[in-house]
Design a protein around this ligand. Structure first.
Ligand code: SAM
Length: 419
């Protein structure tokens, strides 16, 4: 397939890529109708290593994505037009070019005015580099954060920023862990030496997918990851998306956090799990011996309902909003103290600006080596705080009390190896 029209197309394409005015290129109309490869969507992206051309191969049952440099991309596009597709639709900021090839090798190109604007589509140039790149993410598209052209949908930009912010925040804590990967180290699948992540109350799975993507595709680890969610329809949807994204070691299970049985937990996350579900998650993390526990609490109803303030604070807490904030502080403060009592070093901080969500406090607990020290002192501190606010019990603390032996690692939800 060689003629002047084709040469002209490639001349233009090379220039558009170089000057970054290409918005997207779509190769379609299969030469072989039986071919599984339906089309290829091609974009310019900017990653840490520099500018790349992102190819999304749309197969009958799955999508695959790959990045190439400019020269590699041009060779692949040419080959694809010769062997796979009859059509190329090139959208640029200055014009729209349609290339049509015939079975006998004739090529025709037509040029019309631009139909896409960079503001609507060429998000990579405008958005600062993010850990989770839109161009590579099938799951972000399936979750509705990206449109079919793999661009961040305007109305989902906040969610996209939140996902990235969350990964950026959690990354340093992950980096401190000595996480082993099962492959290549002689550890059979399912063994206790595997590295397991649990996301409690995974919801639609936005952050579960992003963390799995980060751990596998950015860090090159191969964790086993489980999202636990009580809503069956979300579990079904998330498992379908994990399949489409070929996230083989990510699964979602339907269940309640307090009852779920997991083999092992190295990292536990619980983001905006409702009310005491956060406590159930922390309990599961502590009793499962998780090295890292990250939670962003949601509502704080349990402690607020327990407030029986009879001291000077009564004059302050008569205002509903102040009582609500105080309940948040006490609930999360005691959660952090319980973690400390069980040998975790804690950090409590704001993880996203108030304008995105008011539920923006993150509690991180990192397990320290050795036996926890000073547990009695910490428990006494918790008791005094409860007394000050007339709180009979804090749900998380109570879970350990009911269990009888606070701090041992035999939690109800963990299948311990008996050997
Ligand atoms: C506010 S959503 C947050 C979802 C997700 N973690 C995120 O941040 O995008 C809370 C989710 O936790 C689930 N959930 C609440 N309590 C739960 C429990 N005890 N066990 C399992 N799932 C729970 C809810 O069904 C809901 O989907």
């Amino acid at each position: 397939m060689q003629n002047n029209q084709l040469s002209l197309f490639f001349e233009k394409l090379t220039a558009f890529i170089t000057e970054k005015s290409m918005i997207k290129l779509v190769l379609s109309n299969q030469r072989e109708v039986t071919s599984d490869l339906r089309s290829i969507l091609i974009h310019l992206i900017e990653i840490k290593k520099g500018n790349r051309i992102n190819f999304v191969y749309h197969y009958k049952t799955k999508d695959l994505t790959k990045n190439f440099d400019r020269d590699e991309a041009l060779v692949i596009i040419k080959k694809s037009l010769e062997t796979e597709f009859f059509n190329a639709d090139l959208f640029t900021t200055g014009e729209t070019i349609q290339l049509t090839a015939s079975g006998r090798g004739k090529v025709r190109i037509t040029s019309t005015r631009p139909v896409l604007t960079p503001a609507a589509s060429f998000s990579h140039d405008r958005v600062k580099h993010r850990v989770i790149e839109p161009g590579n993410n099938i799951y972000l598209r399936e979750l509705g954060i990206l449109n079919s052209g793999f661009e961040v949908r305007r109305e989902m930009n906040d969610k996209y920023q939140q996902i990235n912010r969350y990964i950026e925040l959690i990354a340093p804590f992950i980096a401190e862990l000595q996480l082993e990967t099962p492959s290549g180290c002689g550890t059979p699948s399912g063994s206790k030496h595997e590295f397991h992540v649990a996301d409690m109350g995974s919801g639609k799975g936005y952050l579960t997918f992003a963390l799995y993507d980060y751990l596998t595709n950015v860090l090159g680890k191969s964790p086993a990851m489980t999202g636990v969610e009580s809503r069956e329809e979300l579990v079904k949807l998330s498992n379908e998306i994990a399949g489409k994204a070929s996230f083989d070691r990510l699964k979602f299970i339907c269940g309640t956090i307090s009852d779920v049985k997991l083999d092992k937990i190295d990292v536990l996350i619980a983001l905006h799990a409702c009310d005491t579900a956060t406590d159930d998650a922390i309990f599961m993390g502590i009793t499962g011996g998780a090295s890292l526990i990250v939670c962003a609490p949601c509502c704080h109803k349990q402690v607020r309902k327990e407030f029986r303030v009879t001291n000077e604070l009564k004059g302050v807490l008569k205002h509903g909003i102040l009582e609500e904030r105080q309940a948040e502080i006490i609930t999360d403060g005691i959660r952090a103290l319980v973690l400390e009592a069980h040998g975790y070093k804690t950090k409590v901080f704001e993880f996203i600006s108030m304008e995105h969500t008011p539920k923006n406090v993150m509690i991180v607990g990192r397990k320290l080596p050795g036996k926890p020290a000073g547990r009695e002192k910490i428990m006494e501190r918790i008791r005094l705080i409860r007394e000050m606010f007339g709180i009979n019990q804090h749900y998380l603390e109570e879970k350990f009390t009911l269990r009888g032996s606070p701090g041992t690692l035999e939690g109800p939800g963990i299948n311990h190896d008996e050997t």
